[in-house]
Design a protein around this ligand. Sequence first.
Ligand SMILES: [Zn+2]
Length: 284
Amino acid sequence: MSKTHYSLILTVVLLLILSACHSLWTAQIPVSTVSQRETVMTLPTTEIPLPATDFSFIFPSKPELNQIEPPRKNITEELTARDKSYIGVVDPLLMADENSMIIDLSLIQEEAYAFPLPGAKVISPYAGRRKHHSGVDLKTCANDTIVSAFDGIVRMAKPYYAYGNVVVVRHYNGLETVYSHNSKNLVKPGDRVKAGQPIALTGRTGRATTEHLHFEVRVNGQHFNPNLVFNLTERKLNNQCLVFTKKGNNIAVEPIELKFPYRWSSDSYSYKAATVKSKATSHL
Ligand SMILES: [Zn+2]
């Protein structure tokens, strides 16, 4: 083949390529233009009304159902000198704007709870024969490890009269727990502790004739029966709600048994007639 033939073939090929490129370019432009035009043309000129969905079955408006809350409460974390010095103190934030508060124990996850003295048995119940026992006594040997029942902030850790060495933990769930007669406290006020974290060693400091853990549960400074929170035989949390209601200077504690699915109906509460009123005395 001559040079002329080669040049001719090359020119034809180049022309074909250029033609193909041009047709591709021209093919894209109209498509894009058309789609833009269509988009502009199909934009709504008026607002589309949202479907009228009734969410009231999920977010009930009745006051009693507003009590359904997550376990975390509004608690005071900045501790005062009084907080660090006394066992029965009121938290100014807790129940500040409400006459009652509910703590749903069933919402507390398993890892967010620990029995304060693993394996220990109750040797003296709340109230008890003396009627004024402000907590439960758990049998122990010397220097067993006491752990925090829930997550929280250590409010007080010091020797305190008949309590001996005592630790008080303010929990995010609204409760406070008290651990008394310790041989040694392992934490200090302001420490943040997790459920199950060691906070003290058992002992017989203060008014105690044998080694035991005097354990209290309190709300806003007032102790109440730990049996409402814990199954002390099985060392588990009770699967129930507790309603705390201000009654003068006292707080009444009332357990509510929940019938599934209690979150969806205002009529499915069943109340136990087991109101427990306790005075803020501190006999050990
Ligand atoms: Zn006791």
